[in-house]
Design a protein around this ligand. Structure first.
Ligand code: DX5
Ligand code: ZN
Length: 217
């Protein structure tokens, strides 16, 4: 399977999410950043907005939950229409049960790791997952600088995912742009979130294609 470009709607115009999604019809997924001002120091959107956008957008929704107590909330995001649900492993009380509940709702289950969270303690979780998200900034805000210190972890995650076989996607999120995407791809990422790079471009769809070309190389 080829790589996937997943623009973050955090950098889109929140007053016009439907038309913003239509501007990037060549994107594979729409990345929706849910923040609760608890797990991260920012507040964005939640289930009702995801439900509304999922009804009008062509692309499936990749919900990135930066929230406390994902055990309680994450499965409901599948009912709200998200096709992929990422919870932070730092916040999950019972990640195995949670991943199984997400899959039981028919969505893809994914775990995210903040920059200082190692992947090795979670190796045994991989068979329960459809994707691993390696954060390349501290979660909470768009437009931050890419953290090169995360590259070795992308490599280690790639090795673990390959070792376990299956079809687990490896996503990177934070500071991904034409300047940094090749480094991520070279380290083994195959699914790329980009917010400010896509929606800050004059032509967001063209930027999606530029990122796809650089990320595929
Ligand atoms: C940050 C979010 C990201 C953010 C990325 O906590 O998880 O998805 O929107 O924005 P950029 O691509 O601008 O770093
Ligand atoms: Zn995100």
């Amino acid at each position: 399977m080829g790589i996937q470009i997943t623009p973050s709607m955090l950098s889109a115009d929140f007053a016009n999410l439907e038309s913003e999604a239509a501007r990037i019809s060549n994107a594979d997924w729409l990345h929706m950043d849910v923040m609760d001002n608890h797990f991260v120091p920012n507040l964005t959107l939640g289930m009702p907005v995801i439900e509304a956008l999922s009804k009008v957008a062509q692309q499936p929704i990749d919900a990135h939950l930066m929230i406390a107590d994902p055990d309680r909330w994450a499965p409901a995001y599948a009912e709200a229409g998200a096709g992929s649900i990422t919870f932070h492993v730092e916040a999950a009380a019972a990640p195995v049960r949670l991943a199984r509940e997400i899959r039981a709702q028919g969505a893809r289950a994914s775990m995210a790791l903040k920059p200082a969270t190692p992947i090795e303690p979670y190796e045994d979780l991989l068979p329960e997952l459809d994707m691993v998200l390696i954060m390349t900034v501290e979660p909470g805000f768009g437009g931050q600088k890419f953290l090169d210190l995360c590259l070795p972890k992308i490599r280690r995650a790639r090795a673990l995912v390959d070792k376990h076989g299956g079809d687990i996607w490896l996503q990177v999120d934070g500071g991904v742009s034409v300047e940094t995407i090749e480094r991520c791809a070279e380290a083994g990422a195959d699914t790329f979130v980009a917010g400010s790079a896509v929606f800050g471009a004059d032509d967001p769809a063209d930027m999606v294609e530029q990122l796809r070309a650089l990320g595929s190389a």
